[in-house]
Design a protein around this ligand. Structure first.
Ligand code: FES
Length: 131
């Protein structure tokens, strides 16, 4: 387990559209980096803003990470689609790869990012063995 960084309050849950998404720069264990959060009902999911295809950011329009149907995260560069719940790419050039998850949750109505350790996956045994 690597070093940890301080928890970060993004905003109140009810300040984010449902579904909706928002990005911010946070202190990660290996330096500053951009993280985005997607809200679905009372749950939030956070990932590094880094597409596994090229390593570039996912959004062209700030804070817009969802497709038109708002049921997947979409990369603006080549339109890859990722499941909101676990970041698995289900369509596009990086199909089968995953976004890098960042621990996040709702505490007393606040969306809280806990950036360390980064890269923890909540579905082990999925056969993917690369970052
Ligand atoms: S950079 Fe994201 S799909 Fe190509």
């Amino acid at each position: 387990m690597g070093p940890t960084a301080a928890p970060f309050v993004l905003c109140r849950l009810d300040e984010l559209a449902d579904p909706g998404s928002k990005a911010m720069t946070v202190d990660l264990p290996d330096g500053p980096g951009e993280v985005f959060v997607v809200r679905q009902g009372d749950r939030v999911y956070a990932y590094l803003n880094r597409c596994p295809h090229t390593g570039g950011p996912l959004d062209w329009v700030p804070d817009q990470f969802l497709n038109l149907e708002q049921d997947h995260i979409q990369c603006a560069t080549h339109a890859a689609l990722f499941r909101i719940q676990d970041g698995l790419c289900v369509a596009g050039p990086c199909s089968g790869d995953r976004l890098t998850a960042v621990p996040a949750g709702v505490e007393n109505g606040d969306i809280v990012i806990r950036p360390g350790p980064v890269g923890v996956r909540d579905s082990p045994g999925d056969g993917s063995d690369h970052e």
